[in-house]
Design a protein around this ligand. Structure first.
Ligand code: LMR
Length: 328
């Protein structure tokens, strides 16, 4: 196994990566969109690969394709349902075509931190959500953490009014569209691999993401600093095709599920630290990180909170209540 190099054309490295698996081994391709290094998902995917290739040697062989080298998040679901890729970990926002309940994870200012997200996911409600898409052919295997989202633009953002009239890159999600609308700004759903170019060419003025994604994509090169809003979250579902999963030899399935579980526990415990490192690296590179006073932060809360009302019916008030109870 080996990493796919970002600059090598897909077809070339796909075949050379395959060549590293031994004949007779079942190939498990894991496609994702972020950096491999210095990133909660990239590190977790690589640890998973390492463990599968050590512990299931001779039976299974995992290949990880980071940085959208194989598929964007838009493409990966179809590829998975067709059996061209076995694992992915798209952000929870990306599941919108499959479930509306996941919209809860995009609600601004719902979860206070990733510990609250974790507690919600571990609850009965959260665990039921994980496997709620089997009827659509997708099986969730684990939630992986990234972190809290921060906001940036090519002008300083202190209050939501500073964002008026600007265009923000968002992940394709109706909740995020509504959130940007509430700021008096417009939004442009864009694949993660296109964010750098969209900012560089001025197609968009701003964006929201976690420290590790902002750092990893070198986003601040085109921004006037970043504002520490912690207004939302980016988290992931490790997902596979239900058909592929049920077709696995039962012993292999159990072993793979156990490895995924253990990697999840190990790396979720480190997700916060990985984002803190990225935040420190951003500071060290001389970029401005704007912190908000409680009153300034409240202005963002007041602007964004009405968004919840638009999605209560999709999400279920009882689920929102359960998430809020965890913060308390
Ligand atoms: C994004 O599109 O901004 C994120 O979902 C990317 C990621 O996987 O963290």
């Amino acid at each position: 196994f080996r990493y796919a190099l970002v600059l090598v054309p897909t077809v070339l490295f796909a075949s050379s990566a395959l060549a590293d698996c031994d004949p007779g081994e079942m190939v498990i391709k894991f496609s994702h969109v972020t950096n491999a290094d210095n990133h909660p998902k990239g590190i977790a995917a690589d640890l998973l690969m390492q463990r599968v290739n050590d512990e299931m040697d001779g039976q299974a062989c995992m290949e990880v394709y980071p940085a959208s080298a194989l598929y964007t998040d838009d493409q990966v679901f179809e590829a998975m349902l067709q059996g061209d890729v076995q694992l992915a970990a798209p952000s929870l926002s990306k599941f919108e075509p499959f479930t509306r309940v996941f919209r809860i994870f995009d609600l601004p200012f719902l979860f206070e931190d990733i510990a609250a997200v974790d507690a919600f996911q571990m609850s009965e409600t959260g665990q039921a959500m994980m496997t709620s898409m089997t009827g659509r052919g997708l099986r969730g295997l684990a939630f992986w953490h990234n972190g809290m989202k921060q906001m940036s633009a090519n002008v300083p953002l202190i209050t939501p009014a500073d964002a008026e009239g600007l265009k923000f890159r968002i992940q394709a999600s109706d909740v995020l569209t509504a959130q940007i609308d509430a700021m008096g700004a417009t939004s442009q759903p864009t694949a993660f691999s296109e964010v750098y170019g969209a900012l560089q060419t001025g197609i968009v003025d701003g964006q929201e993401n976690t420290w590790s994604n902002i750092y990893g994509q070198d986003i601040l090169q085109f921004q006037d600093g970043v504002t520490e809003t912690n207004h939302g979250i980016i988290d992931y579902l490790v997902v596979t095709s239900e058909e592929w999963w049920q077709g696995l030899d039962p012993e292999m399935r159990t072993q793979l599920a156990t490895i995924i579980q253990e990697v999840t526990e190990t790396r979720n415990a480190e997700a916060f630290a990985v984002n803190e490192e990225a935040r420190q690296a951003i500071l060290a590179s001389g970029e401005t990180i704007r912190q908000l006073t409680p009153a300034q932060r409240q202005a963002w809360v007041d602007t964004m909170l009405p968004v919840w009302d638009q999605f209560v019916d999709d999400i279920g008030q009882e689920n929102i209540d359960a998430a809020q109870a965890i913060n308390a």
